[in-house]
Ligand binder design. Structure first.
Ligand SMILES: NC(=O)C1=CN([C@@H]2O[C@H](COP(=O)(O)OP(=O)(O)OC[C@H]3O[C@@H](n4cnc5c(N)ncnc54)[C@H](OP(=O)(O)O)[C@@H]3O)[C@@H](O)[C@H]2O)C=CC1
Ligand SMILES: O=C(O)[C@@H]1CCC=N1
Length: 264
């Protein structure tokens, strides 16, 4: 039995992914804080919604997906129900495996995961790291759960905050870029729907080329950039506005914020 504790946006995305991957409805339970949220989860997914302590008792694998600020309270609540035999998987920015181990007891195997919202379309990027008591079997189990909903990479826990900044938050940067490009289309007099179509298809095409061609992004960009042409006129403006430096600073800020989150 798998339990998802704190089934909000990310928890529900994982829940739906596990169901699509073939986990049966009676092999998974969820928890929620508000009755209306519990009802919505039951109606949408046909799973049982139980209390946190029931979930911790029932399941061998616990996926904790509350906000970082809510993690300490949740761990205190479930601690009496989590013996060393259970696997605890966290999906929370900034929450270290030692933070969890300190509250659940010494021997509990913990795997820290940072995934992202494309889990909803089976295209997640999930990075995983083992806590002090997580063995190869625990990492493998976490990989098996996450692989059907996207790509999984093992990384040292010291890189988790950086990964949170890059791929956990990553989709938001692309949505932001799309918004900005659609605004540019509007500025040029393009109807909004047409601009959104053009930008969306461009980002999908570019993403698939990047993933499937194996080419370096510089090569792909150079192939679009004709001497004296339109693309270089745009890139000159991006450079003039220090867009690359803005990305470096932004992602560094996200990494730093991830490191602060466990403190609340
Ligand atoms: N959104 C994203 O793109 C990503 C988020 N994450 C991580 O996932 C985690 C969840 O984020 P997200 O899904 O966006 O946040 P949400 O607020 O949507 O989900 C958290 C859910 O947990 C519920 N909750 C809080 N405390 C308890 C409790 N004690 N018992 C049961 N349920 C509880 C909340 O209830 P209520 O609805 O009442 O507030 C809420 O539904 C975070 O730690 C975040 O860092 C990771 C990767 C990407
Ligand atoms: O913004 C956040 O804190 C979460 C973590 C990664 C993506 N969203």
């Amino acid at each position: 039995m798998i339990a998802i504790l704190g089934t909000g946006k990310m928890g529900e995305a994982l829940l739906s992914g596990l169901l699509r991957a073939g986990v049966k409805q009676d092999e998974i339970v969820a928890t929620a804080r508000r009755p209306e949220r519990a009802q919505a989860l039951r109606e949408r997914h046909g799973v049982r919604v139980v209390t946190n302590s029931e979930a911790a008792e029932l399941a061998e694998t616990l996926i904790l997906a509350v906000k970082p600020q809510d993690m300490a309270a949740l761990l205190t609540e479930i601690a009496p129900h989590v013996p060393a035999g259970k696997l605890v998987i966290t999906v929370a920015a900034g929450i270290t495996t030692s933070f969890v181990e300190a509250r659940l007891g010494d021997e509990v195997p913990v795997v820290r995961v940072m995934s992202n919202t494309p889990v909803l379309v089976d295209e997640a990027m999930s990075v995983i790291s083992a806590g002090a008591h997580a063995a190869e079997t625990h990492l493998k189990h976490a990989e098996d759960l996450l692989s059907p909903v996207g790509k999984v990479l093992r990384i040292p826990e010291s890189q988790q905050d950086a990964a949170t900044a890059l791929s956990g938050s990553g989709p938001a940067y692309f949505f932001y870029l799309v918004e900005a490009m659609v605004d540019a289309g509007i500025l040029l007099g393009m109807p909004r729907a047409a601009a959104l179509d053009m930008v969306t298809q461009s980002i999908v095409g570019a993403a698939i080329m990047l993933r499937d061609s194996g080419e370096h992004p510089v090569i792909l960009r150079e192939a679009v950039t004709s001497p004296g042409g339109t693309t270089i006129a745009a890139i000159a403006e991006l450079e003039r506005h220090s867009v690359r430096a803005a990305f470096l600073a932004a992602i560094e800020a996200a990494r730093d914020r991830s490191g602060q989150l466990a403190a609340g």
